[in-house]
Write a protein that binds this ligand. Structure first.
Ligand code: GLN
Length: 335
């Protein structure tokens, strides 16, 4: 008789969100309460998990992800690094609200110090809904976290039978189960028939290849985002600077254009030490250095293809190391 294949050990770190949400009825898909179901019940709801991994659960937070903070990220990342350093942990799944899931994924992609799989997963429908997507998403995430194929691929997002890279995935629809997409740069693969299939890998550095170390940090530098639009003025930017921002992401129109009315305040902020990163509100495409603005002259940084909320994360981590805009520009072309 052949021995049963040895299953990997996967820890599920639960943080809340719709995957742990409950609604008033089976047809309630908005206006439900996120973050009510605990990790043990999430695991019990999918007995099939036991076929793909030895699963243990830990309730790290119980929040809706619009309330995710820098402090939550530091706590979570430190826990992930401690667990992955243990020889009895082969992979980690993080259940998470979908609103900021892409941000937590990218933060971890930059600070996790292990090649073992880390997979973020959520749901668009609460656990009580008809065709709730949480149970199968969770099953796929655990399968992926236990898979040798996922080792060294960076932090992954498993949603809707698809595998995405943390850097490039975004929530693209407010409510449909196919909300998570890597629109133009391309998702990494699929999960089908109890098996992950990879087709791409990210060319950017992540996890063990980054220069960031959060192990001794208690907080992160303040970085805020100002949004570009017709008739934009400097009021929001000035308020962020007055509130102590060490970095500003300018989510500009088009390919990162700066309105004449905003440039003097941006430039003055830079001269006082705040780092300015030009990103775009468009969602796809490159914001090129010295493209729509003379970044060399203004001493600004171009975000390349990072969306504003992910540019904020990279800038916070960059600022833990340097305020030099040339160095930070190198990081934006590396991660
Ligand atoms: N689908 C969801 O997970 C959204 C629920 C909630 N706003 C959150 O992000 O936690």
């Amino acid at each position: 008789e052949a021995a049963a294949p040895k299953l990997g050990n996967v820890t599920i770190l639960a943080t809340g969100g719709t995957i742990a949400g409950t609604g008033a009825s089976s047809t309630t898909t908005i206006g439900y309460t996120a973050a009510t179901v605990g990790v043990e019940r999430l695991i019990q709801a999918v007995p099939e998990l036991a076929k793909v991994a030895n699963v243990t659960g830990e309730q790290v937070f119980q929040i809706a992800s619009e309330n995710m903070s820098n402090e939550h990220w530091l706590t979570l990342a430190k826990r992930v690094n401690v667990l992955l350093a243990q020889s009895n942990v082969d992979g980690i799944v993080i259940t998470h609200g979908t609103d900021t899931l892409e941000e937590t994924a990218y933060f971890l992609d930059l600070v996790v110090k292990s090649k073992k799989p880390v997979v973020l997963v959520g749901a668009m429908r609460p656990s009580t809904a008809l065709s709730a997507d949480g149970p199968l998403n969770l099953y796929n995430a655990v399968l992926l976290a236990a898979s040798a194929d996922a080792v060294g691929k960076g932090v992954l997002v498993a949603m809707n039978d698809q595998i995405h890279a943390a850097r490039d995935v975004s929530k693209t629809n407010t409510s449909t189960p196919d909300s998570f997409k890597t629109t133009e740069l391309g998702m990494l693969g699929y999960i089908q028939g109890n098996k992950p299939y990879f087709y791409h890998v990210s060319s950017r550095k992540h996890t063990t290849d980054t220069e960031f170390d959060i192990s001794n940090l208690q907080s992160l530098p303040q970085v805020d985002i100002v949004y570009g639009y017709a008739n934009m003025g400097p009021a929001a930017l000035n308020a962020f600077i007055a509130a102590g921002a060490k970095g500003i992401i300018h989510a500009g129109v088009g390919d990162g254009s700066l309105a004449h009315k905003v440039v003097p305040s941006l430039s003055a902020a830079r001269k006082q030490g705040t780092v300015i990163v030009r990103a775009s509100r468009v969602g796809q495409g490159i914001v090129a250095r010295n493209g729509e603005a003379n970044d060399d002259e203004l001493d600004f940084v171009a975000a390349d293809t990072l969306n504003p909320q992910k540019a904020r994360i990279l800038l916070m981590l960059a600022l833990t190391k340097t305020g030099n805009s040339k160095e930070i520009q190198r990081m934006f072309y590396t991660y």
